[in-house]
Design a protein around this ligand. Structure first.
Ligand SMILES: Nc1ncnc2c1ncn2[C@@H]1O[C@H](COP(=O)(O)OP(=O)(O)O)[C@@H](O)[C@H]1O
Ligand SMILES: [Mg+2]
Length: 226
């Protein structure tokens, strides 16, 4: 063995992963979930918040409108930070201070960043070691900010797109009924205007942090979202 004595297995694994390229590394865990609507996406975020610790990095992947900000809102609620958590469209990142002495939430949007993000680029009045950092569109850009991270990928699968079309048809029918002066119950889940449709969510943990916390994370995500 060429490693220096005392270098633990975890430290060795972390050192052998070049920053930013650990997407190729074997994940510590992968959990797949089906999330039927926006409220459940927020609930998922709140459950994730229960296992998140200061210095954690969460990278959110998924197309426009997938639900990344909705998930970040749930994380913010679960952490008990000052809101509102909204799409950080005109700033790269926003700091949401904790209202109960826990970690702050740093919510960032890397959409317009063309290259790898350095801590200095965030230009934050926040210490990432004492915050939970959640980055939308951060895949392949921000992983070097921490030695491990959670990647959460939100997809609309083909089956879910078909279900969404059906839901849209039902919503259109409900709107017609509402226009006729009838009660419109089916649009109740659509707080922001976009109707609920199922998302497939893949949570993948990388690095020693998530090797150590894999069981806790699995337990936090085990209950059905309803
Ligand atoms: N299952 C779901 N999970 C999350 N959001 C959903 C879901 N179904 C419908 N929505 C709606 O989709 C939109 C997601 O928007 P947002 O979270 O801003 O996406 P992103 O940040 O990925 O662009 C919201 O209007 C939300 O109400
Ligand atoms: Mg967003």
């Amino acid at each position: 063995m060429s490693e220096r004595p005392g270098a633990g297995q975890f430290a060795t694994a972390a050192l052998s992963e070049p920053a930013g390229s650990d997407s190729a590394a074997r994940p510590a865990l992968t959990v797949r979930l089906s999330v039927p609507g926006a409220a459940q996406m927020r609930l998922l975020g709140a459950r994730l918040a229960g296992v998140l610790r200061p210095a954690d990095l969460v990278v959110l992947a998924g197309s426009l409108g997938a639900g990344k900000t909705t998930l970040a809102q749930g994380i913010g609620e679960g952490l008990g930070v000052r809101g509102p958590v909204t799409s950080p469209t005109f700033v790269i990142a926003r700091v949401h201070p904790s209202l109960r002495g826990g970690p702050d939430l740093v919510h960032a949007d890397a959409y317009r960043l063309g290259s790898r993000l350095e801590v200095d680029d965030l230009d934050l009045d926040a210490d990432l070691d004492h915050s939970v950092t959640v980055v939308e569109w951060g895949e392949g850009l921000v992983e070097g900010l921490a030695t491990g991270h959670l990647r959460i990928t939100i997809d609309r699968s083909v089956a879910e797109l078909a279900a969404a079309e059906l839901a849209a048809a039902e919503l259109a029918a409900a709107e017609l009924a509402a226009a006729d002066g009838l009660e419109n119950g089916s649009a109740a889940g659509a707080v922001d205007g976009a109707p609920d449709e199922a998302r497939s969510v893949t949570v993948t943990g990388y690095g020693s942090r998530w090797e150590a916390a894999a069981d806790g994370l699995r337990a936090a995500l085990a209950d059905r979202l309803r």
